[in-house]
Design a protein. Structure first.
Length: 151
């Protein structure tokens, strides 16, 4: 049984090296990695559906499975295999990555506007989750990302 667990963890670990763009929270780096890494068709479809529904704060796993025509368990299994994330984590990660992009390309937008645009109805929850992923609050990220562009 232990050898089965070990071999399955190797499969997931190896897959993470195949799709590094999905593990990199920094959208500036992730975009470059994404362009260099082939994306499975199901992830492309999933990302299109997420992008189309990103501002809907009520978007959940059930709605997403309906949009992409896949069962909840199949979606979860594939996402864990390719990204190491559950469906809920992937949705949140996708939203936060788009928020990081918007903070950079829409400097006149308030943090609340960015949060709403990516489906977070509560600014403090958005800021908390953003800081968990990026290590700094959204306002600091905006300044940090702006400084990176000028380097």
């Amino acid at each position: 049984m232990d050898s089965l667990k070990h071999s399955s963890s190797l499969v997931f670990t190896n897959d993470r090296h195949l799709f590094p763009a999905y593990y990199t929270p920094n959208p500036l780096i992730a975009e470059k990695l994404h362009n260099q890494t082939p994306t499975p068709a199901f992830l492309q479809n999933l990302n299109v559906q997420l992008q189309n529904s990103i501002s809907d704060e009520k978007l959940d796993v059930l709605q997403l499975t309906r949009l992409i025509g896949m069962s909840r368990s199949d979606l979860h299994r594939k996402l864990v295999r390719f990204t190491g994330m559950s469906t809920t984590e992937y949705i949140r990660h996708f939203r936060l990555r788009k928020a990081a992009e918007l903070l950079f390309i829409q400097p006149d937008w308030s943090i609340y506007q960015v949060a709403l645009e990516v489906g977070f109805g509560n600014q403090s929850y958005f800021s908390k989750r953003f800081k968990e992923v990026y290590g700094m609050p959204p306002m600091e990220w905006r300044a940090f990302a702006g400084n990176l562009e000028h380097m």
